[in-house]
Design a protein around this ligand. Structure first.
Ligand SMILES: C[S@@+](CC[C@H](N)C(=O)[O-])C[C@H]1O[C@@H](n2cnc3c(N)ncnc32)[C@H](O)[C@@H]1O
Length: 380
């Protein structure tokens, strides 16, 4: 409705001497998003009238002056008209981008790739860990639905040790605690990238003699902050064991879909989900530098390239890469199937997934490749 008409109506609704107090948006960058969507083939028909939803003050040089004009024309006496810049900021990731990076249900049934790799890494590193006391608590950061915490960690710990299993996602914690609650495990919500680690419930439970984290830190862009937090959570001489994805073509798939007109609106922040080591020439050296600079003595730091997950069942491999797709939950339910079809098609096209024929007509197998940093470091 034209603004002059609105002011006239307000004037009519007031009793003599009555007062109007009006707050309205005069500018927001969201309007440019509507414009972008209106130009994307897939959404044009739903947002073609987007201009009706853009504030009429959006393109004005002096909105306050124009508003004053409307108010006076309507017969209102002006006490004050002012424009203020308002910023909405939040430290709560869930408000900005949703903290459910993976689907707890699907991940719980499709994480044998992660479990196998962690099992091998722990078999190799376990003999070099030192257990100075007979009891204590260790921390597992990014426990997910709990399989690795329970089957790979708890099963190896000395009998009087307990685990605090932490994750940023409430869904993952609910799934993990419904499956693996017991006397030796406690669950806590934690963002390991937080700038205020001392305010978290995990901090209250520490310090820990060991901090483990498997396939989690690759979701945290600020590696220094995460590693600093891990150091703070350790007791003096405490040790950390980390497995972090250093490279995968699946991130090229995120980028490819994030640039399509059909899916870009759900993936504007796709870069946030690419491992911070993806474009680094020597991830091993980078990680060593972080650890030394933050105050760790490095015992092991290896970038294991070309880890391959193979299955004769294509569904297994597809579920594995679907379970680590952080965008699925943002897509409206009715569009999830076409989104996943595009995801799998792009994954094959870009080589993140591959199909191989087996000799002697043994059918075929399906593979997914990635690289991972394996770290063991001691708090100096
Ligand atoms: C791929 S899953 C790994 C689960 C389990 N550690 C495993 O190896 O199977 C990654 C988990 O890290 C969690 N996560 C992601 N970012 C996190 C953060 N900043 N702080 C704590 N957990 C985080 C996710 O919610 C998810 O449950």
């Amino acid at each position: 409705m034209p603004c002059s008409q609105v002011m006239e109506n307000i004037y009519k609704l007031l009793i003599r001497g009555g007062e109007a107090f009006i707050v309205m948006i005069i500018y927001t960058a969201v309007d440019s998003l509507y414009l972008a969507l209106s130009r994307a083939d897939y959404w044009t028909m739903y947002v073609q009238d987007y201009r009706h939803f853009v504030t009429p003050y959006q393109l004005l040089d002096d909105p306050a002056d124009v508003l004053r004009g409307f108010l006076e024309e309507a017969g209102l006496q002006i006490i004050n008209v002012e424009c203020r810049e308002v910023n909405f900021t939040s430290q709560n990731i869930s408000v900005i981008r949703g903290n459910e990076m993976e689907d707890a249900e699907l991940y719980a049934t499709s994480s044998s790739l992660q479990q196998e790799f962690v099992s091998q890494a722990l078999d190799e590193l376990w003999p070099s860990l030192s257990w100075l006391s007979e009891e204590g608590t260790v921390l597992d950061v990014g426990c997910g639905p709990g399989d690795v915490t329970f089957h790979e960690l708890l099963s190896r710990l000395p009998p009087d040790f307990t685990v605090v299993a932490a994750d940023i996602s409430a869904n993952m914690l609910a799934k993990a605690s419904s499956r693996f609650s017991g006397l030796r495990v406690r669950f806590c919500q934690l963002d390991i990238g937080t700038a205020n680690i001392e305010d978290t419930c995990v901090w209250q439970q520490g310090p820990f003699s060991k901090v483990f984290s498997f396939f989690c830190l690759n979701w945290v862009q600020d590696q220094r902050q995460a590693i600093r937090n891990i150091r703070k959570l350790l007791s003096p001489g405490g040790e950390t064991v980390l497995v972090i994805v250093s490279y995968s073509l699946i991130f090229a798939v995120f980028e490819a879909l994030g640039k399509t007109s059909r899916w870009s609106a759900y993936m504007v922040d796709y870069r946030q989900f690419v491992t911070p080591y993806q474009f680094i020439e020597d991830p091993e050296r980078k990680m060593r530098n972080y650890l030394q600079e933050i105050g760790f003595t490095v015992k092991t730091c290896r970038d294991v390239r070309d880890v391959t997950y193979t299955s004769k069942d294509e569904r297994n491999v597809i579920n594995t890469v679907t379970a680590i797709n952080p965008f699925v939950r943002r897509i409206p339910k009715e569009l999830r199937e076409p989104f996943l079809q595009d995801y799998v098609r792009e994954a094959y096209r870009l080589g993140a997934l591959a199909r191989h024929s087996l000799p002697d007509d043994g059918g075929c197998c399906y593979t997914f490749h990635y690289g991972a940093l394996v770290v063991h470091a001691v708090r100096a």
